[in-house]
Design a protein around this ligand. Structure first.
Ligand code: HEC
Ligand code: HEC
Length: 298
């Protein structure tokens, strides 16, 4: 801002104040008769006349005080380029607040950082902070209560893609996770997909399984799927390959049968993406949040 506007604002304000002071002094000099035979202003409303009395003293003094306050404020506080004699700035105030905030929460975070993730659920303060962080950052995908939905894992059951120990959860949150399930449509063809889907139905204990089809699928499974999901289908947490035997599904498409959902998964593949939080929330908050996630299923 050029200093012209500084000058402009100061000149305008001073001119206003000067005008007000002049007005007060002028009206003071008016005749001050008082009493019952006072002069009137000549105004008359339905026979009621208006006396020409001076303003009460206390009122006048208030006026003087506000003018003095106004002048003082103008000198003390910043206007445009004028920094004000007190040197107050909104940025400075914010910085001070932040330092105060960091000092207060820094102590709390530091104390909680020394508690192992799996013991944090016993700490009421950690759970309160954790819940707030969860609602602000995670509820969008995992749901307010952490129960998940299509494509977003339920964090309240004891079924883990990557593992449910305190340290594993913390690793998941710090670095994020990217599940990579290849697409099988081209490699297996429609017949192959149908057969291996039937075998997955059998693995997960569904009761309407076509056994002949499933046993054809088993050979395909052993050749193509066992490397990640395990020979027995119980999955591999190092890869995030889900357990296919527990009848808990990450990709159960709403409104479709389980068979259709699994076929879609096999046909097109899947790539669930859990963002990394270390850069966003910092290690100390992630630590507390890990304790909160741990508490959801324990
Ligand atoms: C943009 C959506 C999204 C957000 C936001 C998100 N997640 Fe996730 N999260 C996912 C997806 C998708 C997966 C599954 C990844 C996969 O399929 O491999 C996942 C996986 C996880 C897992 C692993 C579960 C398991 O079974 O091993 C944990 C724990 C988790 N999220 C916690 C959190 C927490 C805590 C937050 C908040 C800081 C959060 N997530 C925010 C999408 C999200
Ligand atoms: C390279 C390792 C890998 C191979 C090979 C693989 N998968 Fe997967 N599969 C995964 C991963 C990882 C996921 C989880 C994807 C995600 O989190 O988005 C997954 C997910 C699935 C799901 C979804 C489970 C659910 O809960 O919704 C099914 C079903 C599945 N795989 C079956 C198969 C079958 C059948 C084969 C063989 C034709 C196969 N997979 C081969 C890694 C693999």
């Amino acid at each position: 801002m050029s200093s012209f506007w500084n000058f402009y604002i100061f000149a305008l304000t001073l001119a206003c104040l000067g005008g007000i002071v002049a007005l007060i002094i002028l009206t003071r000099r008016m005749p001050d008769p008082g009493g019952a035979d006072a002069e009137t202003t000549g105004h008359s409303f339905d026979g009621i006349e208006e006396y020409n009395n001076p303003m009460p003293k206390w009122w006048l003094n208030m006026f003087w005080l506000t003018i003095i306050f106004g002048l003082g404020y103008m000198i003390a506080m910043p206007v445009g380029n004028w920094p004000g004699v007190l040197g107050w700035t909104s940025v400075g105030e914010l910085t001070e607040d932040q330092i105060e905030h960091d000092r207060k929460y820094g102590e709390i975070y530091e104390r909680l950082a020394s508690i192992p993730v799996e013991d944090l659920p016993d700490n009421r303060q950690a759970m309160r902070i954790g819940q707030r962080l969860f609602e602000d950052n995670c509820a969008l995908c995992h749901g307010q209560a952490g129960t998940g939905s299509y494509g977003f894992p339920n964090l309240t059951d004891d079924d883990w893609l990557y593992g449910g120990s305190g340290e594993t959860i913390k690793t998941t949150l710090l670095s994020g996770r990217r599940g990579q399930m290849p697409a099988w449509g081209d490699a297996l063809g429609d017949q192959g997909i149908r057969a291996v889907t039937e075998y997955v139905m059998d693995l997960s204990g569904q009761d309407d399984v076509d056994q002949a089809l499933a046993s054809r699928g088993e050979a395909l499974y052993n050749a193509s799927c066992a490397a990640c999901h395990g020979q027995d289908g119980t999955g591999n947490q190092a890869l995030g390959a889900p357990n296919l035997t527990d009848d808990t599904w990450l990709y159960r498409i709403p409104g479709e049968t389980l068979r259709q959902s699994v076929e879609t998964t096999l046909e097109n593949g899947r790539a669930g993406n859990m963002p990394a939080w270390e850069g966003i929330l910092g290690e100390e908050r992630v630590h507390i949040l890990s304790g909160y996630v741990y508490s959801l299923s324990n």
